[in-house]
Design a protein around this ligand. Sequence first.
Ligand SMILES: [Zn+2]
Length: 81
Amino acid sequence: MTTMITLGTFVGGYQILSLAAGGKTAIVTCRCGGTHAVSVEALLAGWSCPARPLPPDRRMALAQESDERQRRADRDWRPGR
Ligand SMILES: [Zn+2]
């Protein structure tokens, strides 16, 4: 059986970040905001994340945090560095 899983591929809403265990285990990013190690077999069979989605206020806080980080990075950016 050939699997068509490569880095960056989306499988059932999960994006493959990297592959481990000789390509048998995938490290995926997830809608819950976390990363998971899932066997490729399970992923292809329709694995779903056991974590509950983040509560909306926590999601908001995370978004603000990353906005803030981006703003700082933009502010500190200088040409030629
Ligand atoms: Zn998850």
